[in-house]
Design a protein around this ligand. Structure first.
Ligand code: OSB
Ligand code: MG
Length: 372
């Protein structure tokens, strides 16, 4: 198999409501999609990848225009020049380029989709997924008031979401969590995500969250604070889950060995791709560490692929795999649908969803760029 070209598409997709985290408020998602063409014998197959880098480097050091630049200048040319290529070879071929995991993940993803389509095989079957449906959780942004937050959560629960994740930040943490727990009762699966907004000096404050029987607290401290997370985990009863800190299978192994995480949020884009994501799943499972699949406001492409990954047996907690309509009035593929708290694992070839050309044009910004 040879990679013959990659076309980069930049989109702006409006969100149905603003999404506020401890680091920003988003009203639109800036999306970079990769359309890879793979030659297999005399045939050519197309696959799609999605880059999860955000417009600004606030969640991660990577950001979207940087990812587009490194793909165009360094990553895609290297794979085209490599000759024989498969999805399983991508990480190794790109290893000399340091970092840029979100950019690498998008490229591996597009090649994987094309390769699976050439094999007429679904991603779930390729992974060895063991479920046909995965539980669907929803990530709820920081709200200006507790009543507004309660209305939003109530709406998601009426829709059927299986688990609620509340974004928190210093000053907007204990009271909203208490209010949601009191309003919706002890059976609600509830967790929080701080996106690295605290320091270890906040340990006594974070300890107050122990009253609310949370599934976990996600990434309370900084990306590089593995040792400090381990210390915090000793002080809290609430399980500590890492997101930003887990950038590879090696960092997952270190976090587990240090006791920095008893749960891991696996985001394929953040760790360099779906194949590295599966390795993290395997390491965690062998160590008795629960994992769940995180989200980055993916379009139907990434959302479909995440649903397949989350169907592996070690994904024992509901993921941030909501329906497309949680973020988008119109997706660029057929929508991913949440029904009765679950999302169906796609069964079609590749990631099992197709880009709708009119939607691509509707949300496109700038010109498509092809590297060949
Ligand atoms: O920390 O999980 C996070 C979105 C953007 C950046 C970081 C995060 C998130 C979410 C949204 O929580 C999850 C989703 O896509 O549903
Ligand atoms: Mg997170």
């Amino acid at each position: 198999m040879r990679l013959t070209s990659v076309t980069m598409h930049q989109l702006e997709m409006p969100l149905v409501s603003p999404f506020t985290t401890s680091f920003s408020t988003q009203t639109v998602r800036h999306v970079l999609l990769l359309e890879a063409r793979l030659r297999v014998g005399v045939d050519e197959f197309t696959g799609w990848g999605e880059c999860v880098a955000m417009a600004e480097p606030l969640y991660s050091s990577e950001y979207l225009s940087g990812a587009a630049h490194v793909l165009e200048t360094w990553l895609v040319p290297r794979l085209i020049a490599a000759g024989d290529v498969s999805a399983e070879m991508v990480a190794h071929l790109l290893e000399p380029i340091v970092g840029h995991r979100m950019a690498k993940a998008a490229l591996e993803m597009a090649i994987l989709d094309a390769q699976l389509r050439a094999d007429n095989r679904s991603f779930a079957s390729y992974l060895g997924a063991t479920r046909t449906h995965v539980p669907s959780g929803v990530s709820v942004g920081i709200h200006d008031s507790v009543p507004a937050l309660l209305r939003t959560v109530s709406g998601y629960l009426d829709e059927g979401y299986a688990r609620i994740k509340l974004k928190i930040k210093p000053g907007t943490d204990i009271e909203p969590v208490r209010a949601v727990r009191e309003e919706f009762g002890g059976d609600l699966l509830l967790q929080v995500d701080a996106n690295a907004a605290y320091t270890l000096a906040d340990a006594a404050h974070l300890k107050r969250l122990d009253d609310f029987d949370l599934l976990l607290i996600e990434q309370p401290l900084g990306e590089e604070d593995l040792r400090q997370h381990a210390r915090l985990a000793e002080l809290l009863d609430t399980p500590v889950c890492l997101d930003e800190s887990i950038v590879s299978a090696a960092s997952a192994a270190d976090a587990i060995a240090l006791g920095a995480a008893s749960v891991i949020n696996i985001k394929p884009g953040r760790v360099g791709g779906y194949l590295e994501a599966r390795r993290i799943h395997d390491i965690a499972r062998a160590n008795g560490i629960a994992v769940w699949c995180g989200g980055m406001l993916e379009t139907g492409i990434g959302r479909a692929a995440n649903a397949s990954l989350a169907a592996l047996p070690g994904f024992t907690l509901p993921g941030d795999i909501s329906g497309s309509d949680r973020f988008y009035a119109e997706d660029i593929t057929e929508p991913i649908v949440m029904t009765a708290g679950e999302v169906a694992v796609p069964t079609g070839p590749g990631f099992g969803v197709d880009v709708i050309p009119e939607r691509l044009e509707k949300f496109r910004v700038g010109d498509a760029a092809t590297v060949s």
